[in-house]
Design a protein around this ligand. Structure first.
Ligand code: ADP
Length: 395
């Protein structure tokens, strides 16, 4: 069966066409800069690449372009669009309702629409992608894979905030957690690498990309995660502040900041960028810190320190830790940061081997020393493969 995986955001739509069950990629690509003056389509199939500049107004148009590209006489990989057996979508917010991936029907669509209130930047483009496929290929089976679903097993004690309980009842204010498709994927991979069953592993998984989150996985299930009601909570990120004394915001309000400015401050101007004043990209910061730039070094140090604190906290809530997993652009590639994060974690049984850490860039590899009680594993994430698998199993 051929499965099309769609990751639709407000400014880009990524796609992957898989041959299942072997999970072979037949084609992939993306439409970027949607609703800007000129949008770019990049399509990859086999060894070949096809790019085009065009005007794409919205996600629906991007989906149409993608479906057309798949059947183009030159470079298309399908004779007809009906060869696609099922379509899997990444959907950011599934509220408390969805604890796993589901076949999409009108009821599911209504729920995704409802949770757009909790994820106003993400659920609407996700939904637009689903609707566009419905229109183009009316009878096709579509599956929604939620970023929140893996975290549905987090117990009340970890998901409730210490706010009046009525806010949970009235507005659904609680920890939902995100990056669940990635945390689940790497937790399952880690179990397989260690020869354990998927519900037989305790792990701390660190997804460190543009957004960053840490998850405590007990017997294969998420029991706590650093992102919360929104993806702003937790460790600092490229441009997001992570955990903060909320009184800072009240104080800044007294100083004249309005709600919109505070939102921008916390989401777009903080984190690695805010501290360094230079860049949100770890590659640049590593280089600048190497040249002696103290603010770049401080940004990296704060980032690693705060991640280390979460790892310590999650070691405390898990009975024992089998594996510490690094994934995401930073987790998979940033050798120096992994070293900084793991230094001093000997107390909880984490010791990494310098040479192995150096060698592990962008590939699956264990990097602990022989004495290390906890296995430390770099695992490139593969959210699209996880979505393809869920879709195939439900299609
Ligand atoms: P997203 O969360 O958008 O999927 P990624 O997981 O690709 O993003 O992570 C992007 C980030 O990963 C970049 O901003 C950069 O900080 C970091 N990164 C990517 N490659 C490297 C590298 N070779 N060394 C250090 N950091 C890297």
């Amino acid at each position: 069966m051929k499965v099309l995986v769609i990751n639709a955001g407000s400014s880009s739509v990524k796609y992957y066409l898989y041959q299942m069950p072997e999970a072979r990629i037949l084609a992939k690509g993306q439409v970027e800069r949607i609703a800007e003056e000129s949008s770019t389509l990049s399509a990859f199939f086999g060894e070949k690449t096809y790019t085009a500049q065009t005007e794409v107004e919205n996600v629906e148009e991007a989906m149409e372009l993608i479906l057309e590209t798949l059947v183009r006489p030159e470079g298309g990989v399908l004779g007809d669009i009906s060869e696609i057996g099922a379509v899997g979508h990444r959907v950011v917010h599934g509220g408390e309702e969805f604890t796993g991936s589901v076949v999409i029907d009108e009821k599911v669509i209504a729920s995704i629409e409802k949770y757009a209130d909790l994820a106003p930047l993400h659920n609407p483009p996700n939904l637009a992608g689903i609707r566009a496929v419905q229109r183009k290929i009316p009878d096709i089976k579509q599956v929604a894979c939620f970023d929140t679903a893996f975290h549905a097993t987090i117990p009340e004690v970890a998901y409730m905030y210490a706010l009046p309980y009525s806010l949970y009842e009235e507005f659904g204010i609680r920890r939902y957690g995100f990056h669940g498709i990635s945390h689940r994927y790497v937790a399952r991979r880690a179990a397989a690498i260690l020869g354990k069953g998927k519900y037989d592993i305790n792990a701390i998984t660190c997804h460190l990309g543009n957004g960053c989150s840490i998850t405590a996985v007990k017997q294969g299930r998420s029991i706590d995660t650093s992102m919360g009601f929104t993806p702003l909570e937790g460790v600092p990120m490229g441009t997001r502040c992570g955990d903060l004394d909320p009184a800072i915001l009240f104080y800044l309000e007294d100083k004249g900041y309005d709600g919109k400015q505070l939102k921008t401050l916390c989401n777009k101007e903080s984190g690695l960028l805010g501290i360094s004043g230079l860049s949100n990209d770890v590659r640049n910061l590593e280089e600048l810190a190497g040249e002696g730039n103290s603010r770049a070094k401080l940004a990296i140090d704060i980032f690693c320190y705060r991640i280390k604190k979460y790892i310590g906290a999650y070691a405390a809530v898990l009975d024992s830790v089998d594996a510490l997993v690094f994934t995401g652009g930073i987790g998979e590639n940033a050798v120096l940061l992994r070293q900084l994060i793991c230094t001093g974690l000997g107390q909880i049984g984490v010791q990494i081997d310098e040479a192995a850490n150096q060698a592990a860039t962008g590939k699956e590899m264990q990097i602990q020393t022989e004495q290390s009680r906890v296995k430390v594993i770099v695992i490139p994430t593969n959210e699209q493969a996880a979505i393809a698998k869920d879709t195939y199993e439900r299609g």
